[in-house]
Design a protein around this ligand. Structure first.
Ligand code: HSE
Length: 415
């Protein structure tokens, strides 16, 4: 029997307790032994919960409990989750987590500490919720060189954009309805399903996706960028005009997290993008996540599933516990990366892609756009005119937008 503890009895922590209880016989049958939850750390009491008696308010009750060998950290936030994780690893306990903030900010150090103490630090649930992505990258695709990663990594924003695309509403309405859902269907989304972050700014401004793409970049390229140092744009500026222009040209607007290797450097970024309808990523709707890995041997590999929510995320955490128990005492492949230093970051200003440019104006303004971008298809509606330019660097695109001489409205990159 393996005894485990949970730090943080919120949506995901509660989901793990539920998953281990509800699926006890499935897990025991596959694992050949019992995984028993014995302690839960939380600031609150849960007198009505069947797990209420396990709750402690003292971290040391778990740290000093010699019977507990695996701890699931689902507290969220960097502190004290980082300090607790470090102490547990140093005490010789395995730690599994859904906490992308801790992995993105301290993952390299925590993996080193785990290795030094002969234990494992696993974080399948930190990216893609219930979608298996970390383990396939570490194990199944190990013989491949991964050249780039493109992902829809935030369920909340994908839900909002889906509303905007399918119902033609603007960002404010879609956000209001998403919040209504997480409020009116309160417990359905935010609590039972656990989609939005405590502070939903992290979702809509792209930071949640930034934390996730740096983790994937670390696994793919061996260097973990600082999420605060990568280019990060959210969806708050996306308008119905952008969505209509995208549809006109054959694209869907998605919040895309992208990472690629540029020589020895890494480029990671999050921004809204026009994704062609021919790409499977364009068809990932609602709170679903999709991750496309570009690899040399396997080619493109796509992962799809529920990127947020109580039981999908709990399943990924439980899978890490399962992995630790199943391979106890064995030398297993561990994820590994080092923190990026200044020289590891590729220059974002030199990043090249095509973009859709939108200006205030109408059909009669087309010649002003043609003068800069050349004569090409344009889309004019509702006092705006849009056109897709050729591939340019960030710097060139900014200069081109200024050169048109019409009031600039938006530039959205193409995948
Ligand atoms: N707020 C996150 C999302 C939760 O919407 O994807 C899962 O990490």
């Amino acid at each position: 029997m393996t005894e485990i503890a949970i730090l943080g009895f919120g949506v995901v922590g509660g989901g793990i307790a539920e998953a281990l209880t509800e699926n006890r016989s499935v897990i025991e049958q596959k694992l050949g032994e019992r995984v028993k939850l014995t302690r839960i750390l939380d600031l609150r009491d849960f007198p009505d919960s069947p797990f209420g008696a396990m709750v402690t308010h003292q971290f040391t009750d778990i740290l000093n409990d010699g019977g507990i060998s695996v701890v699931a950290e689902t507290m969220g936030g960097s502190h004290p989750a980082y300090e607790y994780t470090k102490a547990l690893l140093e005490a010789g306990k395995h730690v599994v987590t859904s906490n992308k903030e801790v992995v993105a900010n301290f993952g390299a150090e925590l993996l080193q500490i785990a290795a030094a103490h002969g234990v494992r630090y696993l974080f399948e649930a930190s990216v893609g919720g219930g979608v298996p992505i970390i383990r396939p990258m570490v194990n199944d695709l190990a013989p491949n060189e991964i050249t780039a990663v493109d992902g829809i990594l935030n369920g909340t924003t994908n839900y909002i954009l889906t509303q905007m695309i399918t119902r033609g509403v603007d960002f404010d309405t879609a956000l209001r309805e998403a919040q209504d859902m997480s409020f009116a269907d309160a417990l359905a989304l935010a609590q039972a399903n656990g989609f939005a972050e405590k502070d939903p700014t992290a979702d809509v401004e792209g930071l949640d996706a930034a934390r996730k793409i740096v983790i994937l970049a670390g696994l793919a390229f061996g260097t973990l960028p600082d999420p605060a140092k990568i280019h990060c744009e959210g969806i708050t500026e996306i308008s119905a005009t952008d969505v209509h222009a995208a549809a006109h040209f054959g694209y869907a607007v998605k919040l895309i997290a992208h990472a690629e290797k540029k020589g020895e450097q890494v480029l990671a970024m999050v921004s809204p993008r026009f994704v062609p309808f021919s790409s499977p990523l364009a068809h990932i709707s609602d709170v679903f996540n999709g991750i496309m890995l570009h690899t040399d041997l396997t080619g493109d590999v796509m992962f799809y599933g529920r990127g947020a929510g109580k039981l999908p995320t709990a399943s990924a955490v439980a899978a890490d516990i399962f992995d630790i128990v199943a391979h106890r005492g064995e030398a297993v492949r561990a994820p590994a990366f080092r923190p990026a230093s200044g020289a590891d970051y590729a220059d974002f200003a030199a990043y090249r892609c095509r973009s859709c440019f939108t200006f205030a104006g109408g059909e009669s303004d087309a010649p002003a756009l043609f003068a800069v971008f050349g004569k090409r298809e344009f889309f004019a509606a509702d006092g705006h005119i849009s056109l897709i330019g050729e591939e340019m660097s960030e710097k060139e695109a900014d200069a081109a937008a200024r050169a048109v001489g019409l009031p600039f409205v938006s530039r959205i990159r193409l995948v």
